[in-house]
Design a protein around this ligand. Structure first.
Ligand code: AMP
Length: 305
């Protein structure tokens, strides 16, 4: 089954203590779409300006990402710039230029509306809702958000939550949303706001998953060399939603979500090995599977006979 993804498509400028790269492919939907494409066909919805490289459309095509829902309009593509501290964990946003995003109204092509799985990648909640309103009863809706929307458009976000099956947030965002310091209390509190499942990303410390009666916790894949953490969360979300859409025969339960979380973590671990989406351009399903098996071995705690 295919997966519809809406979110930002950006040209990012990212600085780490050792490198700086300018105007490279970024945006929540770009990362999520490429992550998901390893498991399911993707229908991408977004907007770019007339400065956006045509070669990225070729890249998407080659990855079975249908970009006919990406509007190319007059003006500049959304730009974001961030700088990482030496720990590659703390990040400061240096600048944001909405550009063509300012007047973006997603319009779904007719053949996108029946898609059964949806990932509302990070974008203003009103736009996420606008996309959902154009769909015919999707079977499963996953959504991501960020601190900015929790702070500035909380009402829109709250209204969306009852229509979301899986909400994916990072640890600081669940605390911000609930006012709870305990991640366990916070995850449970967010479930009471609407989503049946809540996934909490903890960066290099892994992820948590909350369901109606179940709980799951996993680590992150340990990496020696991290070059650019940008988009790790979006790639994770894309991997999770892509796995659910493409590899679970349409049936989502806690067991399939546990596996999806590991695949999401594996994809995110590849993504941070290089700047922008560079590592994803050469990644193979075989490499993903090898790392998944390694993850499994490393998480085993009962000694095998
Ligand atoms: P992450 O590292 O998961 O926080 O995601 C980084 C990506 O989010 C970058 O590629 C940015 O282009 C994108 N981004 C930054 N700010 C926003 C925003 N306000 N709305 C949508 N996407 C954004």
């Amino acid at each position: 089954m295919s997966l519809l993804i809406v979110g930002s498509i950006a040209l990012d400028t990212v600085k780490t203590p050792v490198e700086e790269h300018t105007d490279q492919l970024g945006g929540s939907a770009s990362y999520a779409a490429v992550g998901a494409s390893f498991f399911s066909p993707v229908k991408l919805v977004g907007v770019v300006g007339d400065d956006f490289p045509e070669t990225e459309f070729d890249f998407w095509k080659g990855r079975n990402i249908d970009a006919s829902g990406v509007q190319r309009v007059k003006g500049k593509t959304f730009r974001w710039s961030g700088e990482y501290a030496w720990d590659l964990n703390t990040r400061e946003t240096r600048s944001v230029a909405l550009n063509v995003f300012e007047n973006f109204q997603p319009a779904l092509p007719e053949n996108f509306r029946e898609t059964e799985f949806v990932l509302l990648a990070n974008i203003a909640p009103a736009l996420q809702t606008h996309v959902l309103n154009q769909m015919h009863r999707p079977r499963f809706v996953a959504a991501d958000t960020m601190d900015l929307w929790i702070e500035t458009t909380r009402k829109d976000l709250d209204a969306l939550l009852s229509r979301v099956d899986l909400l994916i947030l990072n640890d600081s965002e669940v605390r911000q949303m609930t006012g709870e310091t305990s991640l366990i209390r916070a995850g449970r509190a967010i479930r009471r706001m609407g989503p049946n499942y809540v996934a909490v990303k903890k960066g290099e410390h892994g992820a948590l998953l909350f369901g109606p009666d179940e709980f799951f916790s996993c680590g992150a894949y340990p990496l020696e060399d991290i070059h650019d953490p940008t988009g790790a969360g979006d790639t994770f979300a894309g991997g999770v939603a892509g796995y659910l859409a493409g590899k679970c025969g349409g049936a989502v339960d806690f067991q399939s979500l546990r596996k999806a979380l590991i695949y999401g973590s594996v994809l995110a671990s590849f993504n941070v090995e290089a700047f922008s989406l560079e590592r994803m351009r050469s990644l193979t399903n075989e490499q993903i599977e090898d790392r998944y098996q390694m993850f499994k071995l490393m998480s085993e705690f009962e000694v095998l006979p």
